[in-house]
Design a protein around this ligand. Structure first.
Ligand code: F6P
Length: 548
């Protein structure tokens, strides 16, 4: 099928939406809620979640036009093209097969990508991950000096860090504690220093996760890990051979094209786990990038996580646009971005274990849809890619909610909560859980309906501020998998309507190149700064003057 994007503005449904908008912008949620059926009509059951869209600036008729837009923009056809292995990541000439990472075992899709049978190869890697994890966790695989692995340190950044760190944070209470996971990403030396604090080098396994095995932050941290390990083992008289120690204590997670680099680093070929070119970094938490999770939480929990994602894939691919909450949420995002001119979108998990979810979603959404040209390389005419941000409730109620309630910006909000706490509660903890959920529910009502008529202006909350409530039963590996897959597909649908490539990320390259250039200037006080702009020059000189 042709990958040529249509201009969404020329679609009949877009014109219809323009008319709907003229009407909708004059309405309020209070008036819309006079329809007693509204919540029922706008609430969707998606896997283990109930997703309530009723506090959004839409009515059920608008969702029908959303469905028309999705169909006219060919979302179903593009979704099929994706799973047929077409190279929908056209700028990089790659298929986009992250949904294959959680395909049922033994499924035969026949899809070949880059010359390999994608599902077969993915599942081989998964089996290797599981058996490696079993051997590490049982103590069959041991570290230099014979100790069992007690901690794994994942060294990676972006997609090679945010997903596993977020998932580990969310599910850490499910771990049997045999192997803890730590994460180091930033090139700031403090990041590494803190990540290994209190760890015994003799029982620490490092996972160097980098698809390119060339990212400067990851390589610098990996070298630092090597230095820390060899020094630590040396101090304990456990170091017979540096080569052997590195081979035992390091695992590589990278694309096979870069396997040579991992081997050069000292990693054994049998300890290298493949990342596939047809899975983007920000879509890779359920790939070998999740090895830190398999090692720390165990294969069974990881398997449940994959099952949750798979359940959502099945829902997404088989549900009509009108009934499909994922498509509706994606169209809502476009509605707010291009009609209401909202620029940001806030993510509010009412669950402390999901602290890292906003960070994770920032990369997923903004690296995917922060694009200024369409699939034909022509500048887009519409706004794309909202700015995602957020924080946990209730903490954020006491920091930025003031602006949500009374500020001048329109900020669609996703409220996420679970009926049951992840822990067994006792005594007053049950009341705490209910208070948490009361806040989750009350805040969406406060945003939607505001204060009563006649309230003094300074105290008045005008209401009419949109939110979506995503309510699950219990946070588990399965439901977390569901939640992540929901957002992955939302991003995809928005990208299709906007006619952009959600799967490349060329924008991050320029800064990387410039930092190399500045690095070579910084390290030499004799550098000729005439070639750089005056601000860069001043910053470098200030650094030279003040470094100790
Ligand atoms: O710089 C952006 C990026 O390429 C992300 O897309 C990616 O997730 C991250 O860097 C890490 O890349 P790698 O896994 O190759 O180290």
């Amino acid at each position: 099928m042709s990958l040529s994007p249509q201009n969404p503005r020329t679609l009949p449904a877009w014109e219809k939406l323009e008319r709907c908008f003229e009407d909708a912008k004059e309405k309020t949620l209070s008036s819309w809620f006079k329809d007693p059926q509204r919540t029922e009509k706008l609430t969707f059951a998606v896997g283990d979640f109930s997703i309530d869209l009723s506090k959004n600036l839409i009515d059920p008729d608008i969702t029908k036009v959303f469905a028309e837009l999705a169909n006219q923009a060919s979302i179903p056809e593009r979704a099929s093209a994706m799973v047929r292995g077409e190279e929908i990541n056209s700028t990089e000439g790659r298929a986009v097969l992250h949904t294959f990472l959680r395909a049922p075992r033994g499924m035969q899709s026949g899809v070949m990508a880059g010359g390999i049978n994608a599902i077969e190869e993915i599942q081989k890697v998964l089996e290797r991950m599981y058996s490696f994890a079993r051997e590490v966790r049982s103590g069959k695989i041991r570290m230099e000096g014979g100790k069992k692995v007690k901690a794994v340190v994942n060294i990676g950044i972006g997609g090679s860090d945010l997903g596993p760190e977020m998932v580990y944070g969310a599910l850490q209470n499910k771990s049997d504690g045999a192997v803890q996971a730590r994460f180091v990403s930033n090139i700031d030396p403090s990041s590494f220093i803190e990540a290994v604090k209190g760890l015994d080098p003799a029982s620490t396994l490092f996972l160097v996760a980098s698809k390119s095995f060339g990212t400067q932050e990851t390589l610098s941290n990996a070298l630092e890990a090597k230095r820390w390990l060899l020094k630590g083992l040396g101090e304990k008289n456990l170091l017979d051979s540096e080569k052997e120690a590195v081979a035992r204590h390091f695992v590589g997670i990278c694309s096979m094209e870069k396997e040579g680099k991992a081997e050069e680093f000292g990693i054994r070929p049998e300890n290298i786990f493949e990342m596939f070119p047809f899975v983007g970094g920000r879509y890779s938490v359920d790939s070998s990038v999740g090895l830190s999770l398999v090692l720390s939480l165990g294969p069974d929990i990881f398997e449940r996580f994959l099952e949750g994602m798979r359940a959502i894939d099945e829902y997404f691919f088989s549900t009509s646009a009108e009934e499909n909450a994922i498509i509706q949420m994606a169209m809502l995002n476009i509605w707010y971005t291009d009609f209401f001119k909202a620029e940001t979108h806030v993510i509010l998990p009412y669950n402390d274990y999901l602290r890292k979810l906003p960070d994770y979603l920032q990369q997923l959404t903004m690296e995917s849809n922060g694009k200024r040209v369409n699939l034909n390389g022509k500048e887009v005419e519409l706004s794309t890619g909202e700015i995602y941000w957020g924080g946990v409730g209730t903490n954020s109620q006491h920091s930025f909610f003031q602006l949500l309630h009374q500020g001048t910006h329109l900020i669609p909000a996703d409220f996420i909560a679970f009926a049951n706490n992840s822990n067994q509660l006792e005594g007053g903890q049950e009341e705490m859980q209910e208070r948490l959920l009361s806040n989750f529910i009350a805040q969406t009502a406060a945003l939607a309906f505001g204060t009563e008529e006649g309230t003094q202006e300074e105290k008045r909350c005008p209401g009419n501020r949109p939110s979506t409530s995503i309510f699950g039963r219990t946070l588990s590996a399965y439901t977390l998998g569901e939640l992540i897959a929901i957002y992955e597909h939302i991003v995809f649908c928005q990208g299709v309507v906007w006619g952009i490539n959600s799967f490349d990320q060329f924008g991050v390259e320029l800064g990387k190149k410039l930092s190399q250039k500045v690095f070579s200037l910084l390290s030499d006080t004799e550098s000729n700064l005439a070639q750089v702009d005056s601000s860069t020059r001043r910053l470098i000189e200030w650094y030279w003057e003040h470094r100790s």
